[in-house]
Design a protein around this ligand. Sequence first.
Ligand code: HPA
Length: 278
Amino acid sequence: MYDHINQVCSLIRARSALVPRVGMILGSGLAALADELDEAVVFPYAELPGFHEPKVPGHRGELALGLLAGQPVAVLRGRFHFYEGYGMPEVTFPVRVLRALGCETLLVTNAAGGLHATWQVGDIMLITDHIFMPGLAGHTPLLGPNDDRLGPRFPGMVGAYQSEWVPLAHAAAAGLGFTLREGVYLMVAGPSFESGAELRAFRLWGADAVGMSTAPEVVVARHAGMRVLGFSLITNLALPDGPPANHAEVLDAGEAAKPRFAALIREVLRRGAFVEGF
Ligand code: HPA
């Protein structure tokens, strides 16, 4: 894995000297931001060994280096999901590459179902913590021998999401005229949407939104010593007595919320540029 990461990094560095500070994963329908990079150098996943072509409609596979809101960033446009059949090490390999390229911060985005009846489609939730269901069931990217060059054997996950940046995120949203939700993201393996009983259980466990990604990437980012900031776009309400979720509404909500979501990320980056260690 270590050599493989460095091999991909060399490929990228041969075409771009930019050292990214923030690595970003743009999920369902949120990828348009990648088009806004200045001085962009784009690598289709097909050119990067270990990266795969996304199979989900609404995802396009590219790694782009460039400047966003003046910050050097590396953007993963499209991610690999566990439910597509990839192993957790494959799902998280791109995060290893971001780290090796120099990223110290991982900014993750995803689409999620909101678990509160009072929430609305289009809300954006700052992720304050996660419940990694597949990880708890043994599907974790850190399974097997640990390579100490990549991170410690037993990384802690308390405080995985950078709490110092919560005010920054709220201020960025307020500056744009809206209020951020805040809460715990629960990852399921999918691809089936949750049963009513599962949704009730998730509420009892303290979850606020449910989705099918992100937690493995965050575990690897923390293992690799990165700081993490995460946002969920609430694309549907996932309520035990509500209508079942469907993929079309997830994509539609992503589409509708794009401008606001993009504005938030840009504003977070702009403000982050002045923050030590961002
Ligand atoms: N459940 C799981 N994943 C999701 C959902 C949901 O309701 N919405 C978007 N991704």
